[in-house]
Unconditional design. Structure first.
Length: 237
């Protein structure tokens, strides 16, 4: 199950093993340990947990890896085969099941089912604030975890079309999120959008991305753990 984004409140082309490596971005990081820096940032704050009677608990994993080009987040694009939220961009995740025991186990189970990520290969660094989705009545807890790179992802061919590898640098440069005001139940609500590589991330996923930038990304820059450089200029026209 992938949590979709149709909530205002709120590897590539293969079903087999997909070994990801390479990738480029314009972020440059200093020799300090980025992983420890993120863990410390999350440890120094108290993540807000929401309690909504009648809402189902859910969890997502923000898989984070670092290569020579810098840190990246791993997102998924849903297939056109799923009954809801076709083609949307999301983090691995889904609804809590009693057999999970806790929400971290929910996020780990869903990541294994959707993209073949072994829980033993994930180092959980912390959590972000719970995100409430009103129309689908979910309270979603985002977990941030470091994963190895490269990694032999195995995508569920029914649920996942491909992976989206998002350089953190693109989230930290300028004002990447677009906001629209929608009406829900007679009240205005903010809906955020983010454009990346001809794909639109919106709704729940965009809200979690925005929170990641504010809680983790900006402090990393302030501490000097991540330094942005100007993107390479293209050829003149």
């Amino acid at each position: 199950m992938v949590l979709g984004n149709g909530d205002a409140a709120f590897a590539d082309e293969s079903s087999g093993s997909l070994f990801l490596g390479g990738g480029e971005s314009s972020v440059r990081h200093l020799p300090e340990n980025l992983r420890d820096g993120i863990a410390q940032i999350l440890r120094l704050r108290v993540a807000q947990q929401a309690v909504r009677p009648g809402f189902r608990q859910a969890a997502v994993l923000l898989p984070l890896y670092e290569n020579e080009a810098g840190p990246h987040l791993v997102l998924t694009k849903r297939t056109q085969l799923v009954p809801t939220h076709k083609g949307e961009i999301a983090f691995p995740g889904g609804g809590f099941e009693e057999a999970d025991g806790d929400l971290l186990a929910t996020a780990m189970r869903e990541a294994r089912e959707e993209i073949g990520l072994d829980p033993q290969d994930v180092e959980i660094l912390g959590t972000l604030d719970d995100t409430v989705t009103v129309s689908s009545k979910h309270v979603v807890r985002p977990f941030v975890g470091f994963v190895p790179h490269p990694y032999p992802y195995r995508l569920d061919p029914f649920e996942i079309e491909r992976l989206i590898l998002l350089p953190i640098s693109t989230l930290l440069r300028g004002a990447p999120f677009r906001e629209e005001i929608w009406e829900r139940d007679g009240r205005p609500v903010s809906v955020f959008f983010y454009e990346h590589d001809r794909e639109t991330v919106w709704g729940l996923t965009a809200r979690i991305l925005k929170q990641f930038v504010e809680v983790v990304g900006k402090p990393l820059c302030d501490r000097g753990l991540v330094r942005l450089t100007a993107p390479p200029s293209g050829p003149g026209v």
